[in-house]
Design a protein. Structure first.
Length: 403
């Protein structure tokens, strides 16, 4: 079955979710939807906002798991809303049920469709020499040929390989991929996102030969309509004017293409990390109108968060790839203490399959989504400390439609 995929690619705040709620509310009774979103708060919003049909979410039902309840709800043709986390666990039984059901999938924000698998190169060689796994030379897929009930420390590897979702690249690392058969089980799928062309899900769709159409969304009075995709209608310059980016000596720490990258942050000595932390504290107090803990959020690599937490700003870090949440819409001062690059293993997964990736657009898409979590979503200005020279340059290039 060919899945008809529509990518609604439109800037934050343009009404993608509102259009989806309107679309589901007005669809005929013969249509059923599965709406997948990153956050439980959005699950509640969909349940409360859609009219004319009742959405349910999977729960732990009769002492079974949420995944088992998802299967029960699909078999009952219920309209379902759930999270990315649960949907990513879809198995062959879910696929089979979906193929018989005719659901439309609405995916609110792209998923983590590929992920690195923790295993040492020596363990990979051991599994190969013990004839537990073989590697398909063309696709690089890992097949398990050892004990089908193996319960050793390699059990997770066995289960992923048996599901057909595990790949080996460059002989040294493994990557899990969301089973493309799940998407193929839907007659229609709609993806709500921004800058899809640089997202991993776009690379995933290209790699597995999915086709998709781009659409934008616009408001018309109190209604929302799909329209032709036109990035020039995004008014990026208006958004950029709301962001007062610090320019000064505290940016010296971010000079160079790779400064503040994930690998650099892991390598910095204590003195450098202390300097970054002090810069953030100084920015909030001196350059962001003495912003307090309640006014701010920061992001960096999770492993170094404790070392970069300014005094008085504990528990103010949010994920550096935060998106699709309104939780921080009152924050007026932010600090982005990282220089984003795609994970090496995930990048290799696509590149070794002939898919080109755009590191710069990927980085700025993450930054713009992150900035939008603040009060600029309400049209109010913010102060931002972005010490990475590269990230500041990409933000300005994006605002001028240069990327």
């Amino acid at each position: 079955m060919t899945t008809e995929i529509t990518v609604v690619d439109s800037i934050m705040g343009s009404g993608k979710t509102q259009w989806a709620i309107q679309h589901m509310s007005e669809a005929g009774p013969m249509n059923n939807f599965i709406y997948i979103t990153p956050f439980l708060s959005e699950v509640a919003r969909v349940k409360a906002s859609v009219t004319g049909r009742t959405f349910v979410e999977p729960t732990i039902f009769n002492d079974t798991s949420k995944l088992e309840d998802l299967k029960r709800l699909i078999a009952s043709n219920r309209d379902i809303v759930s999270t990315h986390a649960l949907f990513s666990r879809a198995d062959e039984e879910v696929i089979e049920l979906l193929e018989q059901s005719g659901y439309t999938l609405i995916l609110d924000e792209v998923m983590d469709v590929v992920d690195s698998v923790t295993i040492k190169a020596t363990d990979i060689r051991r599994l190969q020499s013990n004839k537990d796994i073989v590697i398909d030379e063309e696709t690089k897929r890992v097949d398990w040929i050892g004990d089908p009930e193996d319960k050793s420390r390699y059990r997770d590897i066995r289960e992923l390989a048996q599901a057909g979702n595990l790949y080996l690249f460059r002989g040294s690392f493994m990557v899990w991929a969301f089973p493309p058969a799940v998407f193929r089980a839907f007659p229609k799928a709609i993806v709500l996102t921004y800058l899809f062309k640089c997202q991993m899900q776009r690379y995933y769709f290209d790699m597995f030969n999915f086709t998709y159409d781009y659409k934008g969304v616009k408001s018309n009075g109190d209604r929302y309509e799909l329209c032709d995709y036109d990035p020039k209608s995004e008014r990026r310059d208006d958004l950029r004017k709301l962001i007062k980016v610090y320019e000064g000596k505290m940016n010296d720490i971010g000079r160079g293409k790779f400064a503040l990258s994930q690998s650099k942050l892991k390598q910095y000595d204590d003195a450098t990390l202390t300097q970054i932390k002090n810069n953030a504290a100084n920015f909030f107090r001196r350059y962001a109108d003495n912003a307090k803990k309640a006014d701010v959020y920061l992001s960096t690599l999770k492993e170094v968060e404790p070392l970069l937490t300014p005094r008085g700003f504990k528990n103010t870090f949010i994920p550096h790839n935060a998106r699709a949440t309104n939780e921080y819409a009152d924050k007026r001062a932010v600090a982005y203490l990282i220089n984003r690059f795609m994970n090496r293993e995930k990048g290799a997964f696509f590149q070794d399959n002939g898919i080109s990736i755009d590191e710069d657009l990927y980085a700025v898409s993450e930054l713009v989504q992150w900035l939008w979590r603040s009060r600029i979503r309400r049209g109010e200005p913010i102060d931002a400390y972005i010490p990475s020279e590269r990230m500041r340059g990409l933000l300005d290039a994006w605002a001028k439609y240069k990327i």
